[in-house]
Design a protein around this ligand. Structure first.
Ligand code: FES
Ligand code: FES
Length: 154
């Protein structure tokens, strides 16, 4: 298989990558571009650690071919900041003690950001549904749900 140049629009900037067509978005982000906010947990679609936003939807970067998202708007946790400030949702995570480990937090933030962009006042049920694919094996979800619920106040 031969490598080819693809252009990915990540956090508002175009990145040209010379890579193989079978590479996942997660591999290209982390290994080719060294944008490491999206994490590899399971590598098979089960944990949500690799969640990014593509065209407003939360997607699993480990199951997405980089080639398939060429030209689309991709947001990683590095792109959530607003100017030099963390986003209102990130502030809510800090205030509510919802920043847990570096593996699950980026995915939780991106799934919740995708939810809030469509539904700024989600119910607890909406939030639980939105983060149902983001697993935490240790700390739990209570603080995260509280943070997302309150994000509109920040
Ligand atoms: S690394 Fe993608 S879902 Fe676990
Ligand atoms: S997996 Fe991150 S705190 Fe549990």
């Amino acid at each position: 298989m031969t490598r080819q140049v693809i252009t990915l629009r990540i956090n508002g900037e175009n990145h040209e990558v010379f890579t193989y067509p079978h590479r996942t978005l997660l591999e290209v982000l982390r290994e080719d571009l060294l944008i490491t906010g999206a994490k590899e947990g399971c590598g098979m679609g089960a944990c949500g650690a690799c969640t990014v936003i593509v065209e407003g939807e939360a997607v699993l970067a480990c199951l997405t071919l980089a080639l398939s998202v060429e030209g689309k708007d991709i947001i990683t946790v590095e792109g959530l900041k607003v100017g030099n400030e963390i986003s209102p949702l990130q502030k809510a995570f800090v205030e509510h003690g919802a920043v847990q480990c570096g593996f699950c937090t980026p995915g939780m933030l991106l799934s919740s950001t995708a939810l809030l962009s469509k539904n700024p006042s989600p119910t607890e049920h909406d939030i639980k549904k939105a983060i149902s694919g983001n697993l935490c094996r240790c700390t739990g979800y209570v603080k995260i749900v509280e943070a997302v619920k309150s994000a509109g106040k920040y």
